[in-house]
Design a protein. Structure first.
Length: 113
C-alpha cells in the first residue's frame, strides 16, 4: 500500500499508475509505475533508508518505504526502483513462490485461505 500511495502522491492527481504482474516457476514479480517527476539515481539509492525531513513547518518521518523494503526482504524477496521512461518511476517487487504442496496457514476469523 505504501508504494501505491507514494505513486498516487507523485502523480499529484494527474497521470496514470500502471500495475503489472508476471510469474515464473520460482517467483512472482509485481511492478508499480507512476508518471510523477521521477527519482534521481542518487535518491533511488537512499529511498529505502529511514529519514526525517524538517525542511517544512511539519517534520516528516520517512518510514513507509524502509518498512516495505524490510517486509519484502523478510519474505525472501527484493525490491528495486527504476526510471519509468521520460518521467516517473517503477518499483519492481520480486517475491518467491510457495513450493508445490505448501500448506497455507488460515488467517483466522471469517477470512481463511
Amino acid at each position: 500500500m505504501t508504494i501505491l500511495t507514494n505513486a498516487f502522491e507523485a502523480n499529484k492527481g494527474k497521470g496514470q499508475i500502471r500495475l503489472s504482474t508476471n510469474e515464473n516457476a520460482t517467483s512472482v514479480v509485481i511492478a508499480i509505475a507512476d508518471e510523477g517527476p521521477g527519482i534521481s539515481p542518487s535518491d533511488g539509492q537512499r529511498l529505502f533508508e529511514i529519514r526525517i525531513d524538517s525542511s517544512t513547518k511539519r517534520v516528516k518521518a520517512g518510514f513507509g518505504l524502509p518498512a516495505a523494503y524490510s517486509l519484502i526482504k523478510e519474505h525472501g524477496g527484493d525490491i528495486v526502483v527504476e526510471p519509468a521512461g521520460d518521467s516517473g518511476a517503477c518499483f519492481r517487487i520480486t517475491l518467491p513462490r510457495a513450493g508445490r504442496g505448501a500448506l497455507r496457514q488460515p488467517l483466522g476469523g471469517a477470512c481463511s485461505l
